[in-house]
Design a protein around this ligand. Sequence first.
Ligand SMILES: CC(=O)N[C@H]1[C@@H](OP(=O)(O)OP(=O)(O)OC[C@H]2O[C@@H](n3ccc(=O)[nH]c3=O)[C@H](O)[C@@H]2O)O[C@H](CO)[C@@H](O)[C@@H]1O
Ligand SMILES: C=C(OP(=O)(O)O)C(=O)O
Length: 428
Amino acid sequence: MDLIVNGGSPLSGTITPSGNKNSVLPILCASLLTNAPVRLLNVPAITDVEKLVSFFTEQGSRITWDRAAGAMTIDHGSFDADRLQGELPTGMRSAVLLFAPLLHRMQKLTIPAKAEGCSLGIRELDPHLEILEKLGAKVSSNGTLTLSLKNGFVGARHWPDYMSVTATENFVMAAVLADGESTLINAASEPHVQDLCEVLVAMGAKISGIGTSKLTVTGGKRLRGGTFTINTDYHEVVTFLALGAITGGEVKVRQSLPHHFDLIARAFAKLGVKVEHDGDTAIVRRKQKLVVEEPFTTNLLPKIEAAPWPYFPVDLLPCMIALAVRAKGAMQFWNKVYEGGFTWIPELSKFGAHVVVSDPHRIIVFGDRPLRAATVDAPYIIRAAVGLYMVAASIPGRSVVKNADTIRRAHPNFVENLRSLGADVEWK
Ligand SMILES: CC(=O)N[C@H]1[C@@H](OP(=O)(O)OP(=O)(O)OC[C@H]2O[C@@H](n3ccc(=O)[nH]c3=O)[C@H](O)[C@@H]2O)O[C@H](CO)[C@@H](O)[C@@H]1O
Ligand SMILES: C=C(OP(=O)(O)O)C(=O)O
């Protein structure tokens, strides 16, 4: 589906963001670690959640989901491992998060050779398989990849090449029911990794080092259920604030998780945008002057660099790139994570933007060029589609962002929320 945009008007108003996709998906997978009922609140009605829920239901789990209220009850007591014949859910990276919990339930699992989400580059399987092997699983490859686990997971120490979000989540889900203690050095610590760990602790798991790069887990026999609220999506917080800034409107975002915001606010400030906090409401005032902040260091090209947390989050780069397209001055963006994170950048030139792709990981945006409404193609990258929409929303006239429905993987009611801010936008 395409987004039809009549841009050029300021977007203003107050928004309550939805639950974080990257929190709810691992928590849903972790619900497989218990047969006790799990109740989740603030569940976003997004397509990735729909796919996981269908997958669970196909295996016999009982799930009720009041989409309007965001409340879901999950009962895996009737999950029947023998039913699993076919594929894991496709088109979403989080399918990889089923590996540890399904292995725990099924002892043997055939997995797809790829677990792809956004087309940001090669989405690796090896770090996941290394972790599962370390904790006692056997991996065999004979055209298809098969995982097997004879007598349950066994505690182990592991130090992977890099801080991977979903591999860390698989580690934790395997380790909480392993026999003995497990340690992960070079663990990811993103807010959603912390959210998963906190829910597991509330289910009875023993995890220390949450939010750091070293996690220690003491395995236990079983986990209990409970009621858990999915945290706000900080990607939405940033998206709505950035939309206010790029269109010259005033946007307030409730439940904005200010404790995660210091470096993100710094990135906004580098582009001339001041983010204020009133309690847990984040505010961007109207008519921000988009100008690249010059560093005191002479001859330095200002830059925003994204890497694993607590660096600036890589998924938020497109929002900042869109702002830089409108800001006076030059800004370098450095994606230290994905080799394919900038493949969509040439689309910006259709609006008249001037962006130089220096190499697969770095671009320089020369902002404040005269722009025109245009038709652009969104890649299968959620946040890139959002970034293209942001630029379109700032330009008077009719633009089209083609194939933008990837946005629905993460942002429920995207168009409805934009309209509540005064946007002229629709799906077609
Ligand atoms: C469902 C989910 O939670 N998806 C998120 C998760 O994906 P995911 O867990 O797949 O991302 P990883 O943290 O594994 O990193 C993605 C890829 O980046 C490369 N890499 C990463 C870090 C590093 O220091 N060196 C390196 O080379 C690897 O090729 C890796 O495969 O984390 C990504 C990075 O924050 C986010 O974009 C995704 O939204
Ligand atoms: C890249 C993302 O998701 P996934 O890892 O599921 O592709 C994202 O949420 O921006």
